[in-house]
Structure formats: C-alpha cells, structure tokens
Design a protein around this ligand. Structure first.
Ligand code: SF4
Length: 397
C-alpha cells in the first residue's frame, strides 16, 4: 500500500498531494526562505521552523535532520522521510604555496566544477561557479573551451560556499569570517541561470544563513543585457562587467556575446542597475583582462577611459593567465603599468589583480573543471589543435 503526502512542484512553491512512494526527497539546501516556508507550511508546520533549519544547515554545517536538536522528534522523522540536505560531492582540495585553495566538486556524472578561495590580508574571497561549463565561448577563457553541460541548481551554487566555509571553519557568523566575500566569477555566465543565482545570492546574504553584506557578494557578467535590466528589481549585490575591450570591433572577437549586446547597450544597462540602487555612491567594477598586443596598447587605455566617462566604476586589470588551447600571451609588465597609469591619470580608481594560485591552476581564467560537454565545442577545439590550427581567434596587433 502506498501513502499520499504533500510535495513541491518544479518551482518549489506549490504544494500538491503526491504519491510518497514515487517521489524523490526534496533537497532543502538551496531553498530560499519563501520556498522553505512553502515546504514547512505544506507539512502543517509553523514558519519559524524555516529559520531554525536554515541556521542548522548554513551556520552550523549540520545536514543530518536527526542532529537538529531544537526540532521535535516527530518533525525530524518527517523531514528524514521527505527531505534531504544534498551537497555536491567533494572530489579534491588543493592548497597553493600562496594560501590559495581550490576545490573540485562533482555535480553530475562526468562533470565537475571548481571553486577557489583567495586570502588577502584581512579579507578572503571565494570564487564560485554558476554553470557546468559556459555556452558563451569567450576566446581567452579556459571554461569557454570546455563547452557547456547545464545550469547549476541553487543548491549546487550555495553548496560550493557551504563546502568551502566548512573546510575553512568559516560558517559561524559570530566569529571572524575567513570567507568575507563571494564572487560569481567561476565557470559559467550567472545571468543565464538567473533564478537559481538569485536564490543562491539571497542565501549568501540572509541573516539566518551566511549573512554577507550586499557589497561583499559580486555578480560578474559578460553582458546578458535583458537579464541585467531585470537584476536590479530583485537584488542589490555588487555588479562587475567583463568588458576586456574598449570598442565593439575588438570585443566582438574576444566576447562573442557582444555581437548580440554591444558595449553601448551593456553600459546603458549597467548604469540602469546602479540607478535602481538606493545608495547612489555605489559603482560597478569593470573587468579588463590584458593580453599581449591584443588589447594592451596605450590607445586602448585612452579609448577605455573615454568610453567609461559616464559610468560610475572602478577598473580591475587582470593580466591574462595562459593555458593550453590558447595562443594569447600574458601582458608585459611595462604594458600593464603603462595601461594602468593612463587610466589613473584619467581619474579612475584602478586595481591590478595579482596572479594567485598559479601552481594549482587556480589563477583567474584557468578554472576548467571537467565538463561533460553537450555542445561538442571541446571536441572541436581538440581537433583544431590536433590539426595544428589555431585554437583561438587571434586578432592581429
Ligand atoms: S569568460 Fe565568463 S562568460 Fe566568457 S566563456 Fe568564460 S565563463 Fe563564459
């Protein structure tokens, strides 16, 4: 005989009678407060249970319902029957000589993603992924060469923070945070996985979860303009845009998405995001990866300075980190400092991202994980290499 019970639909919001024997357990890990409330209310439980469970999972690192001692025995038994806290599977952890850490986690058969923790003085930044691989195929990006498999669920995104925080003993919000900042700059384009990314970011900032401030959670986008136009309606996290070129001709080749959403549209959308934030002093971060004799000339710096004149921003310069399958080269130090100085003279705040974790392939742009590629792109790149063809589009200097 089968029994009937209540369950969640795909969105996690609607409670309907379901056949218990035929239903998978509901993963509570990535659920927003509202979705958890719908789940508990569907079980006839009070809403305050939501905060209790969130604190057990995200602040104490407890995933066994039986250990959640302020829940009644009956509720613990019911949760064990209907639900689970399912994390991605940790495959390996590496520590660089400079303290950078990299974790490889399996999210689905044949596919792993990577996340990186970078300690710097009294701050520590965790870089997490939003998709398995990436469909956008930027020509300088190791992830892009791996092809694309699927979006990560909210549980798989927040699970990266859970694993890293547990490993670094950084879950308890009453203690000094080892992980003080989270950036969505790992594998994938976050705005192409909008709902799951927003749910995960909301958990990062929730007082009963990780409690990070909105300034310390950063979403980085290559410029999916329609989604960026909506983002300011649902969140106020920090925004970074991956620009990498001062004009459309060059950016079309480095970031193919630019052919669909050119620079002017992207900047208009980013300015619109800032305009929706209550604090008018906030700025976006413009990410600019410098590649030797591709986009590192003084005229590129001057063009960039003129381009950004109406966009409240700071500029982060990232020396390109070479990887197999790419013929681009790292910018020279002379060109890097010359580029920076031109921007500073034009009045911009400029940061240089130092290369970290190089010895464990954790440097920016080197994250590749292991993608069960559904696009066949990785296969195409390998064939190009086997035939001695250029694996990337090189733009003549
Ligand atoms: S740079 Fe970002 S958007 Fe471009 S292919 Fe890599 S992960 Fe995707």
């Amino acid at each position: 005989m089968t029994t009937t019970n209540m369950g969640l639909d795909d969105s996690g919001m609607t409670i309907e009678p379901v056949d218990k024997a035929s239903v998978e357990k509901v993963n509570l890990l990535g659920m927003s407060e509202d979705k958890l409330a719908a789940f508990f209310e569907g079980q006839g439980e009070k809403r305050f249970r939501v905060k209790q469970v969130m604190q057990w999972v995200h602040q104490r690192g407890v995933i066994d319902f039986d250990a959640m001692s302020d829940l009644s025995k009956a509720l613990r038994a019911k949760l064990a029957e209907l639900a689970e806290i399912k994390l991605p599977e940790l495959v390996s952890e590496q520590v660089s000589e400079d303290g950078t850490r990299k974790w490889l986690v399996r999210v689905t058969a044949g596919s792993c993603i990577e996340m990186v923790f970078i300690p710097e003085g009294n701050r520590g930044t965790l870089c997490v992924s939003s998709q398995i691989g990436c469909a956008l195929d930027c020509s300088f990006c190791a992830t892009g060469k791996q092809g694309f498999n699927r979006d990560l669920s909210a549980a798989e995104i927040i699970g990266q923070l859970w694993i890293a925080a547990k490993s670094l003993d950084s879950l308890d919000p009453t203690k000094d945070r080892v992980i003080s900042n989270v950036v969505l700059m790992g594998m994938g384009e976050p705005l192409l996985n909008f709902d799951n990314v927003v749910d995960a970011m909301n958990l990062m900032m929730h007082d009963c979860a990780y409690g990070l401030s909105k300034r310390r959670v950063t979403l980085s986008t290559a410029g999916v303009v329609p989604a960026l136009d909506k983002l300011g309606d649902v969140t106020d996290v920090s925004l970074a845009i991956s620009l990498h070129a001062p004009n459309d001709e060059l950016r079309n080749q480095l970031v193919p998405l630019n052919r669909k959403y050119p620079i002017a549209e992207l900047l208009r959308s980013a300015q619109g995001y800032l305009a929706k934030l209550p604090d008018k002093r906030r700025k976006i971060t413009v990410e600019y990866t410098l590649m030797r004799e591709i986009n590192d000339r003084p005229e590129h710096a001057r063009e960039l300075a003129a381009l950004l004149v109406d966009t409240p921003c700071k500029i982060n310069l990232i020396p390109f980190n070479p990887f197999d399958q790419s013929d681009y080269q790292r910018v020279s130090n002379n060109a890097l400092y010359r580029f920076r100085d031109i921007l500073i003279e034009a009045g911009y705040t400029v940061t240089l991202r130092t290369t970290r974790g190089d010895d464990i392939d954790a440097a920016c742009g080197q994250l590749a994980g292991q993608v069960n590629d559904r696009t066949k792109r990785s296969q195409r790149y390998r064939q190009q290499q086997d035939q001695g063809l250029e694996a990337v589009r090189i733009i003549p200097a």
